[in-house]
Structure formats: C-alpha cells, structure tokens
Design a binder for this molecule. Structure first.
Ligand SMILES: [Zn+2]
Length: 297
C-alpha cells in the first residue's frame, strides 16, 4: 500500500489543479506562403474598399468602446503570435445584421447590429477575439492561397458582395472579377475551431469571460429572417461549437474583469436611439443604382 503524507497529498492536488488549468489547447501557426507584410498590404487595400463601399457609423463613444475592447485583446496576444508589422484598427459599420469581419494584417469591422444584439461587452469581446484570432493566425491569406487563380496584383473591390454573401452576394459581384476579399472572409471549419479556441484564450488573458463568446454565437444562431446569419456562413460551426468553447473556458483562468458595464449600457442606449441601420442589401441595391467610381490603384 502506498502511503502519502498530508503535505504530499496537498502538493499532488495543487499539481493536478495546475495541470487542469494548463490544459488549454495549443494552437499552432500554419505555414503561409504570404509574408506578414503582404497580409498588411492586402488587408489595407480591402479595408479601403470597405470604407468606400459600406456606411461607417462614425460615432465617437461607440468607436471608443470598441477600440478599448480591441486594444485590450491585442495586448493579450501571446508573444509567439505577435506580428510587429500588423496594424490593428476597429471600426463600426452602420449595418443592421449581426455580423463582423476582419481583414489580413489587422483591420476589423463590427456591424452596429452586432453591438445592439450583444448584452455585455464580454459578448462583443467574444466576437472580436474570434476575429482577432483569424488575423493573428493569418487565416485570410491562408484561405486566399487555396484559391488557384489568385495573384497578388488582382485584388478587386468585391468586399460588398462578399459581405452580403451567398447568391445575393454573387449577384452583386457579377460582371467583375471575383475579389480576393471573398477568400478573406470565408473560413473553413478547421480555421473556425482554431479561432474559437484561441479567441477564448485571448478573452481570458484580457479579462473577459470566454463563455460569453459561446453565448454570442447562440444569439447569432437564433437570428432569423431576411437578415439571416451571414456571419455563420462565413464562420461555419466547426461542430459542437458551444460545448467546445465552454470546455476550453474551463481550462482558462480569467485575468481580472475587463467588462465596462455602465459604459457599454450607455453605448447600447445611444445606438437604440439612432435611426435604424440599413440592411446590407439596402446598401447594395442603392449602390447598384448609383455605382461607385472605380477605385484608383
Ligand atoms: Zn471565424
């Protein structure tokens, strides 16, 4: 019979607790044929398209809150994923759908509908941490590299078609070259799984509750009707999404409380008092009637 003293038992328990905390999933950077500075360049071009084609909210208190959450998350990126060349930015688009997207090298865009659907800033942080994970894992250019005809010089401004998504998006994109942006925004289930898990880890490191990411995905799933969840067609459920995030959350300890509470509530109230945001389709239709000038490159 093995006898262990009380102290030894306590040490063993401490080791076990430590082991369970340390059991977070280790996500690896994949080999990418693009250089980080190409990520930055491509993302910057696509972001210029976004800012030209989509209505930006330009509301200072809202932008300040989103910026605050974004900076906290970026500061929580582990050193092994740090990309000194990347330039992170966080903008709010005045669109109704619950959606968000991020481009290679750092530009991130949140729909106003996402902010209005979220109940806490932890939920907003959940979506942002997921998007940020795609950026730091460089999924956009990895995805683009899978597209055969891709050439670096051939970036076309098809961002709107990509955001509207599906058949409607293809109609908007019709007649012009299919843009690289499409590849930046649609991820495989494998990449989704990585972004969920790394996103949960970033949240905990930044002081947000990772389970709120799972809650936000539930809210997105429940969104129905015409403004259907394009987010989910770009970010397909890798399977058992909710449970997988909650399981990962159990292995993480949350570093403090980053949620702003009253600040978040006041921003939500502000947004609720504004005239309703247009849908992406309304914006797309208006642009088909009054096409934008071709981008100068
Ligand atoms: Zn995703």
């Amino acid at each position: 019979m093995i006898r262990i003293g009380r102290t030894t038992a306590a040490v063993l328990v401490a080791l076990l607790v430590h082991a369970s905390l340390a059991a977070q999933t280790r996500i690896q950077l994949r080999k990418n044929g693009f250089s980080p500075s190409q990520d930055v360049q491509l993302g910057r071009q696509a972001a210029a398209d976004v800012r030209r084609q989509l209505p930006m909210l330009n509301d200072r208190p809202t932008e300040a809150l989103v910026e605050q959450i974004g900076r906290r998350l970026v500061a929580a990126v582990p050193a092994r994923f740090a990309q000194p060349a990347f330039r992170y930015s966080f903008d709010v688009v005045n669109l109704r759908e619950i959606n968000a997207f991020a481009l290679p090298g750092g530009p991130m865009f949140l729909h106003r509908g996402m902010l209005q659907a979220a109940r806490t800033d932890d939920e907003v942080a959940g979506v942002m941490a997921h998007e940020l994970s795609h950026v730091i894992l460089r999924h956009g250019t990895l995805q683009a590299a899978k597209a055969q005809k891709f050439q670096l010089g051939a970036v076309a401004g098809q961002i709107l078609g990509a955001i509207v998504g599906g058949q409607k998006g293809a109609m908007i994109a019709q007649g012009s070259q299919i843009g690289l942006s499409t590849y930046f925004l649609k991820y495989s289930r494998e990449y989704e799984r990585e972004a969920d898990l790394l996103g949960a880890q970033l949240m905990a490191r930044a002081g947000y509750d990772p389970r709120q990411m799972a809650n936000m995905f539930r809210t997105i799933e429940q969104q129905g009707g015409n403004s259907g969840p394009e987010f989910l067609s770009d970010h397909p459920n890798p399977g058992n999404r909710y449970d997988a995030i909650v399981r990962e959350a159990r292995s993480l300890s949350i570093a403090g409380t980053a949620g702003t509470g009253p600040t978040f509530d006041s921003v939500r109230l502000r947004l609720a008092r504004m005239p309703p945001a247009p849908t992406t389709q309304q914006v797309a239709r208006a642009q088909q009637r009054y096409p934008l000038a071709a981008p100068a490159r």
